[in-house]
Design a protein. Sequence first.
Length: 506
Amino acid sequence: MNDITYCKAAFSITIKRKSYAVLPLMALGYLGLLCAGLVVILVGLEVVIGATQGLGLLDTRAWEQENSIIERNNLAKVKMQGSVWTSAGMPYPEGKGHRRRIVVLGDSYVWGDGYANANDIWWRQLDRELKRRGYWDVEVAAAGASGAGTKDQLWWLRNDENLRGLDPDLIIVGYVSNDPDMGVIPHNYKRFTPGPVDKALSRLFPNISYLVEKRLFAKRMAAHFAGDTAGKNPMDIWEHALLEGENFDAYKEVVRRLGEEQEALGVPMFAITLPNAPDPGLSSRYEKVGQLFERAAIPFHDILGDFIDKYSPTSYGPATPLKWGINPANGHPGPICTHFYAQKAANVLESYYPSVLGKRSSPPPTLSPAINDWMPSSIQVVPMREGRWRVTCPTDPAYTPSLPVGRKHVLLSFELPVAVKELSLSGPDLEAAEAYLSAVDRSLGYDPGKLYHLGRREGENIRWPLGTEAFAMNVNTLRFVLARKDASADGYVALEVTFHEEAVRP
């Protein structure tokens, strides 16, 4: 009897007159079902991730691409006069008059890496916080650049006429834990390089493959180190190394000279820590640097303990970029952090520098709602009269944001939150528009990013009545998805906003 008659197989091999089944058809059938099931699961996960990525719950490939669009816009939007932050909506501050001016120094936390709305950057949050407390005669300006450290800030103070021309009444150094970098210790990082299989998977399952790549990248970074540092965060290892040996000796000299520069300028200065999460591991790094600033007669305010007390991991969850970052693909501090920094800095100002703040007052009678930031950066937002703006339409998709809405749109940001009764859009080639808004949550003190969908309307003249809806009382941003007769041609829409009697809500 044939030994393989009982088993149908793709083929068989004979060894010493005995036949053996290879790839039994029944096993192939089960394998096919298993593969099909796996594909269904992967497709299902891909659909779920894609459908929910607007919620910002996962760092997906779409968010990585969106972060690239944000950065492309910011590079075009932030004009920088020397080290001073400027843009079309927030030009270089001219003469102070009777006003007082606080200047914040920093790095990417000041420049705005990953921020779609510049008003979420912490120095802009400080300006809002001071106005909320009634200090209407104080303005906050900033000088900063991505990758800048304390040595760069010292150079600006000594050499940048644009910064010196601001004539500050007080200077705040926003201290970030990589600021002691003197260029002595290399990062020792390598980017993840996808292979042919990775590239194929990224085309079929872009979001899942992206999550796998991120995991592999983290493992590869941990593998660069051995012994006591095995498996630890490479950035933490590098930052600890900055506070040792030759690099730290050079940094001590920079901080000493910064103290001398403060005395030469005759302007008060203090430093404040900017932890990007309530991470207790930062404490030892802050403590060592704080001693240098204090010896240089620059007060050093470490807010980490208060941050941990308010947002402890046990009650508020783990310290992950998804919770604290400005967007799921960017770990720079989001509004929950920047608002906290602003509150703490305002407390320091009230406690130790009341003469800089001056007296509280009511909002000026001439105060009116203003749009001071927008995206894409290439559009023009021109005020026509109070409550009315002419907004040019975007034509370059490479600069037009998509998330968290999920479609290409225009983002308009108010300088201060406003109370809105009604929105309207009109334009000669407007076919339809969909509107969203976000608002400052008064119980939190900042805009948590929740979008309120106002619906889609058709026609050349569109209205969205809001009445007295609670979320409309503190509108922070507006987003419009525009449908036009010819989206490739230049065009514009007129935005008209009807405000409540007390329009601006600092």
